[in-house]
Design a protein around this ligand. Structure first.
Ligand code: FAD
Length: 499
């Protein structure tokens, strides 16, 4: 008889687990609390404009990248149209001079050498790093839990690559940039990389993906990408229940046996996979009964992605004076903008003119985001009038700042929308609005998180709360790996099929 899997959460991880579960002959039922699938990989429509909530760059859009096969098996790669950016970002200083980070490492090198010939050695080291990382491909075929001795030999073969990664993981962007003699280059790169903290490895990785054109933008954005996976899941015969909030995971004799929904109904299965928020899963659905010291420590001292305040604008006009880029144009403000008590002296602006599906013809979506403090917004949300007024105030300030930099823009704004960390919590349940779960760090890079809970059988956690750093490719991979682990326990050969 067909065994069954209940999957909590219909984000990308849940959809991926559902597809691979069906490919392997399981009866799968996804329970999703929202009225659409996708989780944080989403978008919302306002006055004919679509504000995209996740699609900046999607690793695996080139067949040369190992993540591509997930997107192919999940039914996305056959249908998507990919846009590859020319620029990664642009950084304008107070004199209006613009420094560009160019995606193609060869052109970027030439540009940097023209700007600062005296820094030739470090420029070449920098662009070599980008090219080195562009050739690196992380093994993603199998969960590490299933590695055998052959895989360990493969890891030995990867040692040179791992050594390069380790070296650059230890060097911060700030320290690396200090080595540039040219003050303009030093300052522009430091600021463009967001200050001191990011490890150079992440920067090389991001730019390496752009150089190899392996991380493009899916035309149609995040929800279009979700649609591909949802259609594939349904075509494979998977069930999805929307507006179905899971309140409890049912446990008998320390074995997960099903779930109880907020409407009181119970559903049973041979396996339960939670692809929903980690804290809710462990401490609410399972009442904190299956934790050890490591889990407690992690949740007591969370190191999470900072949540966002997200301002989406719809403007009439093509807004072509800003060339599009992966992470936008950053420019200084005459008057700082305060968000949750923090002053921002620069604005990062993303334009989406390259995706004609997001706005009516001749119009454009713009986006500005601020990293912010969750507790501030949670408190303010309890006073609806003040919360609404504060969102309006931020939209006003952003529009005024944009109008100052691009005169006349304010009069072209037809749509404005502000989302806060509370918005993400309300619609996706992600703890403190952390849209990618645990922050990626040197510590999380070298250690892996368990996908099971101590003392609980027939249960797995999947997605960004057990894969630090999160991201869409991780979600696809995590769904695949979870089903591999289940097949292994059921002594079944794991298979994949293409549509
Ligand atoms: C602004 C933004 C920009 C991003 N940019 C990128 C990018 O450029 N590239 C990239 O790769 N990634 C990006 N990401 C991250 C990426 O979208 C996520 O890491 C990924 O989609 C997470 O998928 P998930 O399924 O693991 O989690 P989620 O999307 O959080 O899915 C969890 C699902 O569980 C549901 N759920 C929660 N609680 C319950 C419950 N009690 N009962 C039933 N259902 C429940 C939620 O509603 C949700 O649908 C971005 C995210 C954001 C928000």
């Amino acid at each position: 008889m067909e065994k069954s899997i209940i999957i909590i959460g219909g984000g990308l991880t849940g959809l991926s687990a559902g597809c691979y579960g069906r490919m392997n002959g399981y009866k799968t039922s996804i329970f999703e609390m929202h009225d659409i699938a996708g989780g944080v990989c989403t978008a919302w429509k306002r006055k004919g404009y679509t504000i995209d909530g996740a699609m900046n760059w999607l690793v695996g859009t080139s067949p040369k990248n190992s993540f591509y096969k997930f997107w192919e098996e999940l039914g996305a790669a056959q249908h998507w149209k990919i846009y590859n950016h020319d620029l990664y970002s642009s950084f304008e200083d107070k004199d209006g001079k613009v420094f560009n980070i160019i995606c193609d490492a060869d052109r970027f090198e030439k540009y940097l050498l023209e700007l600062a010939p005296e820094d030739e050695d470090i420029i070449r080291e920098f662009t070599k790093g980008i090219r080195d990382f562009s050739r690196m491909d992380m093994p993603s075929n199998k969960p590490s839990e299933l590695n055998g001795w052959l895989d360990k030999i493969k890891v030995v073969k990867m040692l040179p690559m791992l050594m390069i990664m380790k070296k650059w993981m230890k060097i911060s962007a700030g320290d690396f940039c200090k080595r540039f003699k040219n003050p303009y280059l030093r300052q522009s790169l430091t600021s463009a990389f967001g200050g001191d903290l990011l490890p150079m490895m992440l920067i090389f990785w991001m730019l390496g993906y752009q150089h190899s054109k392996s991380a493009g933008y899916v035309i149609g954005g995040a929800l279009e990408h979700v649609r591909f996976l949802e259609e594939r899941y349904r075509a494979l015969g998977g069930e999805i229940h929307l507006k179905a909030r899971v309140e409890k995971i049912l446990v008998e004799n320390n074995k997960a046996v099903g779930i109880k929904l907020a409407d009181g109904t119970e559903h049973r299965a041979d396996w339960v996979v939670s692809a929903a928020d980690g804290r809710t899963t462990i401490f609410e659905m399972l009442e904190g009964k299956y934790v050890d010291e490591t889990i407690k420590q992690r949740y007591d001292n969370p190191k999470l992605f900072s949540p966002l305040v997200y301002v989406g604008l719809g403007v009439s006009g093509r807004f072509e004076e800003i060339p599009p880029s992966v992470s936008g144009l950053s420019f200084p403000l005459d008057t700082p903008i305060t968000v949750a008590g923090k002053e921002h002296s620069r604005l990062g602006l993303l334009t989406y003119g390259y995706d004609p599906t997001l706005a009516p013809e001749g119009k454009t979506v713009l986006k500005v985001q601020f990293e912010t403090d969750y507790d501030y917004w949670e408190k303010l949300y309890k006073e609806p009038e003040k919360y609404k007024a504060e969102k309006e105030r931020i939209a006003d300030d952003v529009i005024a700042a944009l109008d100052n930099r691009f005169p006349g823009l304010a009069s072209k704004v037809e749509m404005r929308d502000v989302a806060t960390p509370v918005t993400w919590v309300r619609y996706t349940g992600n703890w403190k609005g952390s849209y990618e779960g645990w922050m990626f760090s040197a510590e999380t890079f070298t250690s892996s998180m368990r996908k099971t809970l101590p003392g609980l059988d027939n249960f797995y956690m999947a997605g960004q709360w057990v894969n630090p750093g999160g991201g869409m490719p991780t979600a696809a991979m995590s769904g695949n790996h979870t089903i591999q682990l289940i097949c292994n326990k059921d002594k079944k050969k794991f298979v994949t099929t293409k549509p």
